[in-house]
Design a binder for this molecule. Structure first.
Ligand code: PLP
Length: 369
């Protein structure tokens, strides 16, 4: 093994720098910095990419969730079923809309919400299920569509990790009343800072979201609802538009890396999550292993120069300020176990084939006590 090799989890140092600088220069010299053509163009491109009627550019993924819920009139007194195994922003978005998150457990094979647990979380106050397409996976969406219609609930999607994930010909964000996207720099489509979007085919939701992101303004200086300031800006929109042209290539690189990991990783102390049912279901935002000796495995890989992260080490209900959240009466054991055993290994487009083989070799050499 090449002891000097370093495999970083992400690497933005070389990413399209000169193209980005050109884009920024063009926007700056246009003189228009907020809510202009760049945002309109990106919104049109992203809506079409997702197969929905409208995309509304907002400041980040958390705001997209809050704005989407408020646009649907979901707020105080309403419950939203979601997962504790997610970025805390999912839960905060629900809480900022004034609604009550109710946590259902995950399926340990995938890390995705478990329908049986979700069923136990339904009460007379439940309005919606907010699915998180964790790690880039959409899976059996028809099941969730039936679940929601049988229980008279809205389906909502946190798509922050699932850009371009497809199931039965439809794209993440197109099943729900809305899909919330983040373009945080580490996401599969990342801006050069914070950025997000809400996608929807419901015209009234798109209209309300456009107003909410801009102080609740309907006409200039006329504010018909309490809004916030969460506008995608022109510079980020232009950068996203430019980077969108590489997304297909980058997703296929991620899939190639994930296939190599599936074929190459062979260690009895390590298990993989379930394979996607169809390759298009998974955009491999993250490649996640599980091991009962997770911390030792992480230290072993660090010694080999392989950077790993944990998504997520603390489930939402174990975060101090969220400790009293409502949850499945049978508990959230699968989420707690996952938090103790999961490990994300590098799976981004900057990796070379040699890096991937090196990571596989390092994992296969792990021999716990
Ligand atoms: C990144 C992420 C968010 C939050 O997006 P921000 O743009 O950072 O606010 C929400 N949900 C999930 C699942 C995420 O991965």
């Amino acid at each position: 093994m090449d002891a000097a090799r370093k495999v970083p989890f992400n690497d933005f140092t070389g990413s399209n720098k000169s193209a980005d600088v050109d884009v920024v220069a063009r926007v700056l010299s246009s003189g228009r910095l907020i809510l202009g053509d760049q945002v309109r163009n990106f919104e049109a491109a992203w809506a079409s990419r997702c197969g929905v009627a409208a995309a509304v550019g907002v400041g980040n993924g958390l705001d997209a969730i809050e704005i989407g819920l408020r646009a649907l009139g979901i707020g105080p007194g309403d419950e939203v079923i979601t997962t504790p195994m997610t970025a805390v922003a999912t839960i905060l978005g629900v809480m900022r809309a004034g609604a009550t998150p109710v946590l259902a457990d995950i399926d340990p094979a995938t890390g995705l919400l478990d329908p049986q647990s979700a069923e136990r979380c339904i009460s007379s106050a439940t309005r919606a299920v907010l699915l998180v397409h964790l790690y880039g996976q959409v899976r059996q969406m028809d099941r969730w569509i039936s679940f929601c219609s049988a229980n008279d609930l809205l389906l909502l999607e946190d798509c922050a990790q699932a850009h371009d994930a497809v199931d039965t010909g439809k794209v993440a964000g197109s099943w729900g009343a809305f899909g919330a996207y983040s373009f945080y720099p580490t996401k599969n489509l990342g801006a050069a800072g914070d950025a997000g979007a809400l996608v929807t085919s419901i015209q009234s939701v798109a209209d309300a979201a456009r107003s909410l992101r801009n102080y609740g303004q309907s006409n200039r200086y006329e504010h018909t609802i309490f809004g916030l300031n969460s506008r995608l800006d022109e510079v980020q929109a232009a950068i996203l538009m430019e980077r969108l042209s590489s997304l297909t290539d980058e997703t296929s690189k991620r899939r190639t890396i994930a296939s190599a990991y599936r074929a190459g990783i062979q260690n009895s102390a390590v298990t993989l999550l379930a394979e996607p049912l169809e390759p298009e279901n998974h955009v491999n935002h993250l490649f996640v292993l599980r091991s009962m000796q997770r911390d030792a495995l992480q230290a072993h890989l660090r010694n080999f120069g392989v950077e790993t992260l944990i998504h997520y080490p603390i489930p939402a209900h174990a975060q101090g300020p969220l400790a009293s959240l409502k949850r499945d009466p049978q508990g959230l054991l699968a989420s707690e176990t996952h938090a103790r055993t999961c490990l994300s290994i590098p799976c981004a487009p900057h990796l070379t084939g040699e890096d991937v083989n090196y990571v596989i070799d390092a994992i296969n050499r792990f021999a716990p006590e």
